[in-house]
Design a protein around this ligand. Sequence first.
Ligand SMILES: [Mn+2]
Length: 332
Amino acid sequence: MGIMRVYFHNNCFDGLASAAVFSCFCRDVISRDYKFEYEGLAHKAGQLFIDVQFGGDENAIVDFKYSSNPRLTWWFDHHQSAFLNKQDEEHFRADTGGKKFHDPSYLSCTKFIAEMTLKHFGYDSSRLADLVHWADIIDGAQFKNAGTAVELREAAMKLMMVIEGVRDNEKIYRLIGEFRERTMDEIIEIGWVREAFQPIYEQHLRSIDIIRRHAEYSDRTIFFDISGYDLEGYNKFIPYYLFPDATYCVGVSLSSFRTKISVGSNPWTPYPRTQNLAVLCERYGGGGHPVVGAISFPPENLEKARLVSKEIVSELRAVASPKPGVNIKRKG
Ligand SMILES: [Mn+2]
């Protein structure tokens, strides 16, 4: 048995929840003797393969792209853009080991893991039902309204902000351990979690103000460039909280390791979302889901990212429908 090394989508509620549910499955169903190690993965510009050591006795990737490395034992992902290249996709299609799973119709990888491990291995994850439920709401943007997503009243929403805002990986890995053992109401009361939340919450309030001041809204499309601020981890529903009539949102942000264009659509809009944003982002080397995507550039390519973001904004403003209608399905 030995070391199970779990690679997961870093700074993402669904990524951490996936790692927790997968770990519980391994320990409860496969063997109690595993020692778990975690490593978060982030999307990088021009990534051609998953650049990690796969240093465990067994290695798993959850909620992140596929790797054809023979040292990869388990894989679960629900992203539409799950493969870095055609060879990886063919490698996955040819796999008959029964430990690698992909289904982009799932709103969250966490729920995907819960259902696949039940179906194929008889694993009962009901103890973790609340975590699975919230991962589906958060990753699937299934909040009742923008206020739920931005006002952060629920423990799960506070934890989402901690996960997206904390840059100390040690804390991220500890949270996965807490998700395995405790309820979210318990976790948010832990001293170090409260301490981590407080500055993130203050930053959240500040980011609402910055986005409000920088947003340009027309033709049902919001555009903002906040690359002048250290704000990569902002809550992605703020724009729709500020502009409830918007259909699309394009944001440019900058961190130490990438310039990022976020392309999203308003989950609560009464206006139809007709554009597949995964396809749109793939055109520029990015990816994602039909209703939300992103493109990463090296940090020094800010000007290039700005040009691309203007192109995308023009395209979305030209097609954003002025009339209420039927939304494209999130599933599918
Ligand atoms: Mn996910």
